[in-house]
Design a protein around this ligand. Structure first.
Ligand code: AHR
Length: 506
């Protein structure tokens, strides 16, 4: 059966924020230390200790923002321990992630230098769980205050004259769990208190993000929305925070102790992963519906600041380091998420994959033995989808339901697609999630003439295929000729388990 769709290329949908292609780096395993940061004395080419090969690879993605220092770590992190001469910085125990000693060598100045090298906006998660309002307020002042003030003087004493520009500010993380084990009501009170004292200094305008729900906890979202709006009211009445977050991970196995292997899985397990990934649509719809009741004007942003696959760690690695391989399956999970993000462009202002280097669904895996770097299949989806960043979303209307298959009690739609327009170019992303059967898609492109259509494909012989230092390009994008365009009709043949992008001039 051919999937038939219609795209009106001249009917503008909401803009897709580039920040939905955002990233996340926590002090966890080898994400920061060994991943982003190797120290100035390392033999690996670096600037101020920051790995330049990692920076170069991420710049290719147009990385829009980087969330730091956690995650759970953020609510135990005390920023003053991470400034000043490195040798004099106090150490701490990273209780969440392996119980290792944290030497605080990567702190505020190193993070801001990393963001500058990446050309990415910083997104800092402050400590609500074990910190104080004063501590968070002073961190904002330290980073962003121009002129003379105690914190601006301290920053200058540590070698940085000009304030930085920091927009995105997280008021804690997972307050329902590792961030303080609070009830929604308790946290809503804390979010208002902390949010109040995180000030705008000079021209720096903070965009404050409250720590949101776990998965489908819509009651949490409702409690937070009651802080900023009234039922049915278009006007947001409080600016203690401007957005709220939600975390949702793609989990395959039956429990946290049995999440399944990242590379050793069968077809049935694969389909279960895809059902779990596709559920992100239901969750965003649920949270957006609750938000619409209190903020129909859509002033408050929804931020999915942790998403991605979570499998069992690679055999022989520290269970607290969350190090997993990344296969074609992960790439298809990313493709499905982005289609959903594009459809929710009117509410979803940011999303951050967990995590960028060496942890969970990473873009980059660094090899401690060879010091080399591998780009994962997920990296390639981010790269192929770059053109959607800050683009105008285009609605995709399906003439009849796309193919689907039963998976346990669920039904998985096996063809997913989304489209956008930017700078006179059309970009369509398509995924065929069927493990064995190809799919054909015919798109009626209306409202404009598309020229010079060209396609890229990401697929591989097996769903389990992945890249390693010895074979870094097993799963990599290749030019694709399974596409034809005649008289405004775009026909795309999708091989089994494939991700395809088609772009053309308008
Ligand atoms: O990304 C790993 C962890 O997952 C984060 O620290 C936490 O916020 C979430 O539970």
């Amino acid at each position: 059966m051919t999937v038939e769709a219609v795209i009106n290329v001249d009917l503008d949908g909401p803009r897709i924020s580039r920040h939905v292609y955002g990233h996340f780096a926590e002090h966890l395993g080898r994400c920061v230390y060994g991943g982003f940061y190797v120290g100035e004395d390392s033999g690996i080419p670096n600037e101020g200790g920051i790995r330049l090969d990692v920076v170069a690879a991420l710049r290719e993605l147009g990385i829009p923002n980087l969330r730091w220092p956690g995650g759970c770590f953020a609510d135990e992190y005390h920023w003053r321990d991470g400034i000043g001469p490195r040798a004099a910085r106090p150490t701490m125990v990273n209780t969440h992630w392996g119980g290792v000693e944290e030497n605080n060598h990567f702190g505020t100045h190193e993070f801001m230098a990393l963001c500058e090298l990446l050309g990415a906006e910083p997104y800092i998660s402050g400590n609500v769980g074990s910190g104080t309002v004063r501590e968070m307020s002073e961190w904002v002042e330290y980073l962003t205050r121009d002129g003379d003030s105690p914190m601006a003087r301290l920053r200058r004493a540590n070698g940085r004259d000009e304030p930085w520009r920091v927009r995105f500010w997280g008021l804690g993380n997972e307050a329902w769990g590792c961030g303080g084990a609070m009830s929604a009501e308790q946290y809503a009170y804390e979010a208002r208190r902390y949010g109040t004292y995180c000030r705008d200094h000079g021209g720096n305008r903070l965009y404050k993000i409250a720590a949101g729900a776990n998965g489908d906890d819509y009651a949490w979202t409702e409690t937070l929305m009651k802080q900023v709006g009234h039922l049915g009211c278009r006007r947001v009445t409080s600016t203690a925070f401007h957005a709220l977050s939600v975390h949702y991970y793609t989990i395959t196995g039956p429990s946290w102790d049995e999440k399944g292997s990242a590379t050793d899985f069968d077809t049935e397990e694969y389909y279960r992963t895809m059902v779990s990934a596709a559920r992100v649509e239901e969750l965003l719809a649920g949270h957006a519906a609750v938000m619409d009741c209190y903020d129909p004007g859509r002033n408050v942003g929804l931020v999915l600041d942790e998403w991605g696959t979570w499998f069992d760690v690679e055999p022989g690695t520290d269970p607290g380091f969350l190090h997993q391989q990344n296969t074609l399956r992960d790439a298809l999970v990313a493709g499905v998420h982005f289609d959903v993000f594009h459809r929710f462009a009117d509410r979803l202002v940011m999303a951050n994959i967990a995590q960028t280097v060496n942890v969970l669904q990473a873009m980059i895996l660094t090899d401690p033995e060879t010091q080399s770097l591998v780009l994962t299949p997920t990296y390639h989806v981010f790269h192929m989808n770059r053109g959607h960043q800050d683009a105008t979303s285009l609605r995709v209307d399906l003439r009849r339901p796309p193919p689907s298959r039963p998976v346990g009690d669920a039904t998985l739609t096996t063809v997913s697609l989304s489209a956008s327009r930017k700078d006179g170019r059309l970009l369509i992303s398509l995924s065929n999630l069927d493990a064995d059967a190809p799919a054909d898609v015919e798109i009626d492109l209306r409202g404009g003439t598309v020229r010079d259509a060209a396609a890229l494909i990401l697929t591989s012989a097996a769903l389990q295929d992945h890249n390693t230092p010895a074979s870094p390009s097993v799963v990599a994008p290749r030019p694709y000729d399974g596409v034809s365009l005649t008289g405004g009709r775009l026909r795309v043949h999708l091989p089994p388990h494939s991700f395809v992008t088609v772009s053309g001039a308008l």
